[in-house]
Design a protein around this ligand. Structure first.
Ligand SMILES: C[S@@+](CC[C@H](N)C(=O)[O-])C[C@H]1O[C@@H](n2cnc3c(N)ncnc32)[C@H](O)[C@@H]1O
Length: 208
């Protein structure tokens, strides 16, 4: 099964397969009592929920991958910036969203591109941090990148940004990944006025 999935990943049918797979995955996850590591549909709903709740019209995503979050939220946001390290994935996403002028796929590392995106932002935005901070392709990552990106976002002069961090909770404290409790303490102490909570297995940082 894993082999077949990897094979499928290299074909143009993979995005369609992924989209169709959302609903059974979502139902199965709900039947299991909503454990950590929610399916993509639950993540899409969470992103839209916080955008609506806080009236956010700008999305900044780290880790474009196959552009599923862009596709799911393209009519929720007036401007979408998505950062992808892998040149092939970035090029494919650019082609895929070429007809949508409000979607900007930026190629490079999220750590260097987040400050560039922030420099051009003058209204509160939703940040979907999903660039393999804890583990990617089976390798555990250096989580200090996440802390540096968080510092840049949370010190930005525009108030009201909401930050959602994917995949932090299930890897909490494993193989050098950030411990969620420590991360919560760090953010609240360093950036007063923010609240940090876990929602549907995802870390949510907000004002108030
Ligand atoms: C889990 S996928 C992202 C899924 C996507 N956000 C979504 O919701 O559909 C992780 C992506 O992060 C990318 N990535 C890994 N390290 C990165 C970095 N330093 N900067 C930007 N993207 C990175 C990987 O190439 C991969 O495409």
């Amino acid at each position: 099964m894993r082999f077949l999935r990897q094979l499928l990943r290299r074909t143009p049918f993979y995005p369609i397969y992924k989209r169709l797979g959302h609903y059974p995955d979502y139902l199965y996850w709900r039947l299991r009592g909503r454990p950590p590591r929610p399916p993509h549909l639950a993540k899409q709903r969470l992103v839209k929920h916080y955008a609506r709740q806080r009236g956010l019209r700008v999305l900044v995503e780290t880790g474009t991958y196959y552009g599923e979050m862009i596709a799911a939220t393209r009519s929720t946001f007036a401007e979408i910036f998505s950062i992808e390290f892998d040149p092939k994935l970035a090029a494919a996403a650019r082609r895929k969203f070429a007809a949508l002028p409000h979607v900007h796929v930026l190629e490079g590392s999220s750590e260097s591109l987040i400050p560039e995106v922030l420099a051009g932002i003058s209204q509160p935005a939703l940040f979907w941090l999903d660039a393999g901070y804890c583990a990617w392709n089976g390798n555990f990552a250096d989580s200090t990148r996440l802390l540096r990106e968080l510092d840049a976002i949370l010190s930005h002069p525009v108030a009201g940004h909401v930050v959602l961090i994917d995949d932090v909770v299930p890897f909490s404290g494993v193989d050098g990944t950030p411990d969620v409790k420590e991360l919560q303490r760090y953010i609240v102490q360093r950036f007063p006025g923010r609240s940090v909570q876990v929602d549907t297995g995802i870390l949510v940082i907000r004002y108030g």
